[in-house]
Design a protein around this ligand. Sequence first.
Ligand code: GAR
Length: 217
Amino acid sequence: MTKRRVAILISGRGSNMTALIEAAKAKDFPADIVLVVSNIAGAAGLARASEAGIATATVESKPFGKDREAFERRLQDTLVSHNIEIVCLAGFLRLLTPWFVKQWDGRMINIHPALLPSYKGLHTHERALADGVKIHGATVHFVVPEMDSGPIIMQGAVAVRDDDTPDLLAARVLEIEHQIYPDSLRLVASGRTRIENGHCKTDAGSPDDALISPEII
Ligand code: GAR
């Protein structure tokens, strides 16, 4: 099996990055994580990637100011020089230009801490709690020029509890993120996803059991 060469882009602690690195250790995993790039110097995830023996690079976005494309051209050079085939955004807190997105059309995926298309943008857990929703979760999707949009590959849900706080809810959603991101990369890297009419279809099955919240006891 030829494994796809994957880069992970981060800005922070990199817990999703770590989940991807761990999953990719499996012999049958169809992707190799060969590079981690941060746009923030000293991001905690960089040290974690190095400890795991993975090449790291820092391409700081700050010096480029508002010239997003100039930053992205530098980033693109780094990705190309490592022969990257698939890009995973994992807490990469930069808006991407249509130019960069086009370079990776169908080959760049993102994880977002909400059940898209609800709660695009920041502070997703606070906003879900403020709305009183009973089910919340996370989404992995292909990246398109519009933020937090694009064909959905996989979603995972958690029940919201009456006494939840943003931090408690975030922690439970994060556990789900660490499951669905490796699983999504497995599907994409093994060519088991296809886009039909703007939607992502896979040959993976769907569970029969419903998640109903609250549960009457
Ligand atoms: C994750 O919860 C991820 O879903 C979120 O940032 C966190 C990064 O944590 N991403 C976004 O909000 C992007 N819109 P991590 O660095 O530990 O993976």
